[in-house]
Structure formats: structure tokens, C-alpha cells
Design a protein around this ligand. Sequence first.
Ligand SMILES: Cc1ncc(COP(=O)(O)O)c(C=O)c1O
Length: 378
Amino acid sequence: MWKSRLFTPGPTPVPDEILLEMAKPLIHHRTPQFRKILAECFNGLKELFQTKEDVMILTSSGTGAMEAAISNLLSPGEKCLVVEGGKFGERFREIAVAYGAGVTTLPVEWGKSATPSEIEAALKKEPDIKVVFTTLCETSTGTHTDVKGIGEIIRHRPDTLLAVDGISSLGAVECRTDEWGVDVMISASQKAFMLPPGLAFISLSPKAWEKSAKTKTPRYYFDLSAYRKAAAKEDTPYTPALTLIIGLAGVLKMLKTEGIENVWKRHYLLAEATRQAVKALGLQLLAEHPSNAVTAVRAPEEIDAEALTKALRDSSGITFAGGQGKLKGKIFRIAHLGWVDQYEILQAIAALELQLLKMGYALQPGAGVGAAEKVFLE
Ligand SMILES: Cc1ncc(COP(=O)(O)O)c(C=O)c1O
């Protein structure tokens, strides 16, 4: 017998009280009762995004908000720069190409991150770039990007916007949308928000709203001006995913009680314990600048990472994520994202140790757990 435990970078575990709240009989969405819940969500999202602007709630997974960013901000033929250091940078490029934008890619070796000076050089070469797309945590490689530094480069350019995919990291790692000069910030429900998949969130700066009013790309369901107009009346333009929004109000309250800076600290501690544990087992991290949302670990030469994650899932109910794209079979990823505490990290590391031992990898039993405990003690 074992219990099922998720250590994947989405979906992530949902707190029991939130599941129970979402299991209550439905209410109607055009009612004062629901408007009150929606108003709480809009306020809580502003705090989490660290923005004064509206954060709009879309009924879609995170990719829907990525698509909304592109269709609202780029007219066909307009240029954008996409930082591509993994699966999700790739996705921004694919969407931009699908919408007929002119795409310049800034290729980044998987596991590394783009630097502000690389962005600056790319913008110097092509000053007519309208939007720079980057990813706060490139989930496929567990890599953190210096969005603050990139914001410093872009905020002084009147005709260039910075759009950030914070889908796997907003609510887990420090992220200050307004202060850092982020024009478009995107996230989704199934990661640090501790909810099931189905909601995406997006905020636009005044500069981005101005650009969106001039953008000629046809759009309807993801025309963000409709969401903004409705939000001003504590409403949504279409039938919202009521159940998830009721859950959202609950998790935002939990996060507010913990305090956003404490939430970031908790994720740092969980991530640091995971990093020290895998290093103590003689394993290597993939990321040069690891994110506190997810840790990508290179599998030992002799072990196939896919076989390792499958065996863990089948024999202990512990689910890690495998590698994506060209990293398939080479890495596994341990997420410490959302509703996760120190004891769960110790369980994950203990299960990893046992599985590696079963697969013939030589390690000192308890070495990883001990290293993680040391971080928690300090
Ligand atoms: C950084 C990042 N961007 C985009 C996505 C895609 O989001 P979704 O699967 O919710 O559409 C993910 C999902 O894993 C992600 O981690």
C-alpha cells in the first residue's frame, strides 16, 4: 500500500479544504454572491502579481494566456524576440509564428538562462522589436531567468514590451510585476496556485494596454479588453469556471495569511533542501541558475530517467516529472511547488534514494535525507 504524492511542476497537490469548498453545490455567476468572490480574487491576484493593474482570469490552461498575450500585442508582421532555452520558450515562438508575427529567437542552451546584456544586444541589432517574450522559470530545465535585470533594459524603450511567462513560478518565487517593469505577466492555476488546471491569469501594464488597442490581429474569446471591461464591474465576459474561481478565493486567502514573502522563503527552503540532497547523492543539477519552483536533476549515466520516474510512480506512488524534448530519459524533475512542506520533501528524497539503490546506483543510505534535514535545521 502507498499513497499517491505529486511532485510534478503542474498539476500540484490541492489542499483538502479547497477541494471541499469546490465540492459544494454550484451557485450562479451573475449574482452578488459570486461577484463578491470574484472581487476577492481580483484583489488577491493583484497582491500575488505585485501589480496595481487588473489581473484577468481566463478559462483555459496557461497556454491560452500565452496566446492572448501574442494576439493582443502583435499585429501580423510585427517583430518579437523570443528567449528560447527550453520547451516553453519554444511554445512562445510557435504561437507567435502561428499568428504571423516576425520572430527572432534568442537561443539559449537548455539549462542556461538569457542575460540582460544578451537581450540588450538583440534589441540593439533589431530596434523595431515590439515584444520580448521570456520565461521566469523555464519548467523544462528548472532554470530561473533574471526578469528584474531584463526589465531594466526594456522599461526605457517606449516601443518595446516585456512579456513574462510566470506560469510555473508566480506565487513560488519573487516576482514584482510593476517594480520590475514587466508589461505582461502570465500564470495559471495548476502550479503555485494549488488548484486544478483550468484557469489562466494575465496582467497588462498601461503601456501594454495602449499597444493592444492598436493591435490588428483578429481575436474574440481572448480579446483582453472584454475581460478588463467586465472586471471593472466585478464580472466576467463569458461563463467563468465558477468552481475553480471559488477555489481560487480560498487559496488566495491562504497565501495572504502566510504572507507572500514567507511563501517565497518557503519555496527557497524546499528547493535548497532538494538541491543539497541530490548533490549529496552524487547527482548533478541541470540548471546553472536553478529555480525555486522545480529542480531538474541529471540522471546517473547508467540509469534511464524515464525508467526511474516510472518505477518510482509504480512502486511508491511518488510522481516526479521526466525530461521533455531532447532531455527525455536524461533528467528527472522534482517540483516543490505550491502545497508542499518540508516533510514531503524528505519523503521524496527518501523514495529517490531507495529507488536509486534498487536500480544498482551506489549511494550512502540517508545521505540525501540528511543533507535536506541540515538545510531545514539551518
Ligand atoms: C513555464 C510554462 N509555460 C507554459 C506552460 C504551459 O501551460 P499549460 O500546460 O497550462 O497550457 C507550462 C506548463 O507546464 C509551463 O510550466
